[in-house]
Design a protein around this ligand. Structure first.
Ligand code: HEM
Length: 473
């Protein structure tokens, strides 16, 4: 093992993780609220529109600007920052050592927060690369590569190098693999900013990048977190490390290739589309390996699904991976893709992955880690339960209304219905999506309040006052 131990930098262990978790949850609330605002613009396009009502802010809050803002804040501000928070908390815990540098961790998170403010302003003033999921312009995207993903990787890798354990638990495999893969993915996504790549080549690179942000970053790190939280909270040993390894390597093999399934209608070579579609179905192998491993790990502890909020969120997110991956495999086959491409169905699927699967697992981990880091009980179990139900009911309603609206749009395409008739037909569903979206947003602000109260006024955990649940195993 290496001797790369950093000198103790005088900052309390866990400080970087605390800053990261709280910052991420603040971005979750802001990002989801922007999503709600975006949804209002779809349901009532004339609402808050025009210079008379919005004054100089009219163009800043136009649909085309708030939509990328929502996506950037939830993916970079919430999902990715909560991932790094989990890395800063779980890597030292699994390696039986300190985080390599708390100071670097704090720089990482605060430069990240500054970067997000810059990114938000640049998107609102209309500085947008025009490439979905890679909207940030040069040099903001390079800043992300160096100060955000680069710093996080240096700190996590060095922590693993100074570990005091023999092997590496599966969570660490996924963390390290994903940090390398996202760096490569993001770099390739930024290439059209640096070199003159245009046309179909650019389109393919954009969707290769977008698909792999999900496949090589969001999916593996969410799984890594579930591999930590579910055994830890239930007190059960992980069912199988071998199945975990199968999961890891099949993600690397099959998830990196189906980028072209986002471009089934484009004039790409036919073999490329067929290859993408077949490897898109192969994604079911890692998905089923993961879910089987997790479900068998929970054996004998299913009652925790009803009385432990970390398990409620983490397990709900994990179980969502079943319908999510079947839906993904189904919708990227040629015939189905032709039908639903470009409809609300796709947006429903995107929220299934990022909200239903990843966000649920991350929220479970955040409750667990905040209670541990502050050595306090969660301030209010009833607020946590309210948060769970608002998010779950909100998500199910959100997904259902959008999926139905997508099917209406698709049939409109088949029957050559006029555009405006389809808009009228889907309007009630858009209103429904806004209402369910509001439910989700309310849940996240309650979450932030509960975490803040936990940190400042939660009941301290002492030997005489152990937690009611097994938060502290
Ligand atoms: C953590 C929570 C959330 C995540 C990770 C998330 C993620 C995303 C993603 C990835 C997209 C792009 C979809 C695509 O291009 O197909 C998107 C779009 C959108 N999201 Fe969210 N979202 C979240 C919460 C919300 C909430 C609470 C609302 C409230 C209604 C919302 C409303 C929207 C709207 C209106 C769009 C634009 C859809 C369109 O262009 O038709 N999102 N979101």
């Amino acid at each position: 093992m290496s001797t790369a131990t950093a000198a103790y930098d005088g900052i309390r262990p866990g400080t970087a993780a605390k800053h990261a978790f709280f910052s991420a949850v603040v971005w979750l609330c802001i990002g989801a609220s922007f999503g709600f605002f975006t949804s209002l613009r779809i349901a009532w396009p004339d609402l808050l529109n025009g210079k008379e009502v919005m004054g100089p802010l009219a163009s800043a809050f136009a649909f085309g600007r708030v939509r990328p803002m929502h996506i950037t804040l939830v993916i970079f501000g919430w999902i990715s920052m909560a991932f790094v928070a989990a890395m800063y908390y779980m890597t030292p815990a699994l390696c039986n050592c300190r985080l390599w540098s708390e100071k670097l961790g704090l720089w990482n998170i605060w430069l990240w927060n500054v970067g997000l403010v810059v990114a938000a302003i640049s998107l609102l003033v209309g500085a947008n690369s025009g490439r979905e999921y890679q909207e940030l312009i040069w040099p903001v995207d390079i800043y992300v590569l160096v100060f955000i993903l680069g710093f996080a990787a240096v700190n996590t890798f060095n922590t693993v190098l100074q570990r005091r354990t023999q092997g590496m638990y599966i969570t660490i495999w996924f963390f390290l693999g994903a940090l390398v893969m996202i760096w490569m993915t993001y770099f390739i996504g930024a290439i059209p900013d640096l070199f003159p790549v245009t046309g179909l080549n650019e389109a393919y690179m954009v969707w290769w990048h977008a698909h792999n942000v999900l496949g090589l970053w969001i999916t593996p790190v969410s799984a890594a977190i579930a591999y930590y939280v579910i055994p830890k909270v239930t007190g059960n040993v992980l069912y199988s490390h071998k199945v975990g390894h199968l999961h890891f390597w099949t993600i690397v093999a099959f998830y990196s290739t189906p980028g072209a399934h986002h471009l089934m209608g484009a004039p790409l070579p036919e073999w490329m589309k067929s290859f993408a579609s077949v490897s898109g179905v192969m994604i079911l192998i890692p998905a089923l390996a993961f879910i089987t491993n997790m479900v068998l790990t929970v054996q004998g502890k299913w009652q925790m699904f009803s009385d432990n909020v970390s398990i409620q969120f983490a397990l709900t997110g994990t179980l969502m991976a079943v319908p999510l991956n079947f839906q993904g495999a189904f919708q990227q086959t040629r015939a189905i893709n032709w039908y639903i491409h470009g409809t609300h169905w796709i947006v429903a699927h995107a929220h299934f992955a990022l909200l239903g699967f990843s966000t649920f697992i991350e929220i479970g981990a955040t409750y667990y880690a905040i209670a541990k880091l502050f050595q306090r009980k969660i301030y209010s179990q009833s607020l946590a339960t309210t948060h769970y139900w608002l998010t779950t009911v909100g998500f199910i309603g959100f997904w259902t209304t959008l999926t139905l609206a997508g099917l209406i749009q698709a049939s409109g395409k088949v029957y050559n219905t006029t555009f405006i008739d389809v808009v009228y037909a889907t309007h009630p569903y858009m209103v429904g999506r806004s209402l369910f979206g509001l439910t989700i947003v309310l849940g996240q602000w309650i979450f932030l309040y509960n975490l803040y109260k936990t940190a400042t006024a939660g009941e301290p955990v002492t030997e005489k006052n152990p937690p009611a649940t097994v938060y502290y195993t």
